[in-house]
Design a protein around this ligand. Sequence first.
Ligand code: BES
Ligand code: ZN
Length: 617
Amino acid sequence: MRVMRNSVLVLVAALFVASCGTPKKETSSLTFPLDIHSHAEPQKVRSTHLELDLTVDFPAKKLSGSAEHTVAGDGEPGQRAIVFDAKQLKITKVEAAPAARNFRTVTHTLSAPDPIKGSALRVPLEAGDTFVRIQYETSPDAAALQWLEPAQTAGKTAPYLFTQGQPIYTRTWIPLQDTPSVRITYRAKIHTQPNFFAVMSASNDQRTMSPKGTYEFDMPQAIPPYLIALAVGELQFRMIGSRTGVYTEKAVLDAAGKEFVDLEDMLKAAEKLYGSYAWDRYDVLVCPPGFPIGGMENPRLTFATPTILAGDKSLVSLISHELAHSWSGNLVTNATWSDFWLNEGFTVYVERRIQEELYGRQRSEMEFAIEIEELKKEMASLKPEDTKLYIDLKGRDPEEGVTLVPYIKGALLLRAIEEEVGREAWDAFLRSYFAKFAFRSITTADFEAQLKEQFPNLKLDVKQWIYQAGLPANTPKIDSYLLQQVDRAMETWKAGGVIDTKEWVAQQWLHFLRGLPENLTAAQMAKLDASYRFTQTGNAEILDQWLVLSIRHGYAPAAEALEKFLATVGRQKFLKPLYTELAKTPAGKAKAQSLYAKYKANYHPIAANAISALLAK
Ligand code: BES
Ligand code: ZN
C-alpha cells in the first residue's frame, strides 16, 4: 500500500497590502500537496484574493468582465510567474501591477487544453507585482454554468443562471488556481438587469432586489475555489430564523419556507455538537428542478434541488448534510480530490448526528441503514480500487471518485472509531479537529496523524479502511427497527396478506420498494399502485424508485409520469437510474434516446454529458 502524496513544504514570506494601504509582512508555512487536477504551482506563486467584476448576458449565455488576483510568493528568481487554470474561457487581456496598481499589459500563454484539466494560463511577473487582472468571457457551454430559459423556471417569465463549481468546474467561469489546496477570499460585483436578483456564496447584505440589477458580495474567509458560486434569477427571500432563511422563486417560497422550518434548530444542533458556526448566515437557495445534484454546500448559501420539497420534511437530511459541510469541507477542506472522503465521509457522519439531534436516533439510524444498503449495492459494481477511501485518480476525472464509497464507507469508518473510543471522546476529537484545521486544506495523512496523536492505542485498523478495498469485517452494523418492520410487512405482502402502512414514513416506503420481488408482473404493479398511489406521489425519491420499477416491469400507466419527470428534473441521482433502466432493452433504449433528445436542453451540461455517455454504451 502506497500513499501517493507528494508534498512540498515551502516558506512563503508574503507581502500583503491591507486595505488601508499599510503593507504588512506575513510569514507563514504552507504545504501544497501535489494536485494532479490543477495546473497551478501554488508553492511558487499563489493567489490569495480575488476581485470579480462580471456582467451577466442572458441572451448570449455568457459572463464577461475581469478577475483580479492578489498574488503572493517569490517564484523562481528571474522567472517569477503565476499559473492559473482556465477551461472554455476566452482570455482577452492580462495585466499585472505592483501595489501602486499601475497596471501594464503582460504577454500570457495558454497551453493546449487537457481534456480534463483544461489549459494552464501562465502569466509572467516582475518581482514586485501584487496584482494580476484578467479580462475574459465564458463560453455558452461552460461546464459550471447552467442557463435556464424562462420556461425552465417556476415563474416562466425570466431566465435563470446558476453555477456549480465542485469539483473542477470553477475554472470554466473564472480563471484561477482551481485546486482545493489553495484558499482565497473574494469580492464580486455582478451586473445583471433590473428585476433580477443575484446571490453568491458570500455575504449578501441586500436581501432585497437592486433597482439597477447590480450586486456586491464579500467573502472575507478564505475558501477553496470550488465553493465560489453565483445564481441569478427572479428570486425572493424568506426569513426562517435570525441567521437562516431561504431564497427561491415566488411560486416555491411557501413550500420551501414550510419544509425548512427546522433550519435554525439544525444550525443550533450542529453548533452544540461541533462548535460555533463560522460563516455568519446560513441560507438555502432552492434552485429550479434542472439543478444537476441534490445539494451543494456553497458557504453561507447552500444550493438545493427542489425535489427535496416533499411536503412532510422527510427529505431534509439533505439540508443537514449541506449544513454539516460548514464544518467538514468548508472549514476543513480536502486538499486534493483523492482526499474527497475527508469532505463527504465526515459530512455524512455529522449529518447523521444532526438528524439524530432533531428527529431522534431511530430516524437517523434508519437513514444510515438505507444509505448502507445503497453503498453495498454500488460497491458490487465498482472496481476494487475504487472502493478504497483514498482513491487513485491519475489520468481520471475527479467525478469518477464521486461514488457512495467516500460518503458512506467514510461515515462508517468514523462510526467504527466512535464505537471503539466512545461518543464523548470521539466528539471531543471532532471538535478539536475542526478547530485545529479550521480554514485549512488537509490530506488524508494529516487526518491519520491527528488520529494517531489523540488515540495512540486505537485498535481499529484505520489504514485498512483507508487504503484497502471493500468493507472491513468489523464494519459497524446498523440495525433499524423501522426498516425491520418493513421487512416483516414484506413477508406478509408476499404471502398475500394485508399490511398496515398507515404510520410509514418516506424511508420505509423506499425500503419497501427496494425489497419487492424481482419478478413482479404488470398486474401486481397495478395492484400496488391502486393501493398506495405511487405514480401520484409528491415525494421525488419514492417516485424515482417507482418509475424505475415501472420501466422494469412494463407498467404502462406510469409512462406519462415518467416523461414528465424526465422533462423537468435534472438531478443526476434520479436521471441515471431511469435512463439506465430504459437502456436495458432495445425498445427501451430507443425510447431513452428520443426522450433524451427531447429534454437534454433542460439538463445541466454535466448531467447531459453523463446521460449521453450512458446511452452511448
Ligand atoms: N458536495 C456534494 C456535491 C458534489 C460532490 C458535487 C462532488 C460535485 C462533486 C454535496 O454535499 C452532496 O454530497 N450532495 C448530495 C446530497 C447528499 C445528501 C448526499 C447530492 O447532491 O446528491
Ligand atoms: Zn456532501
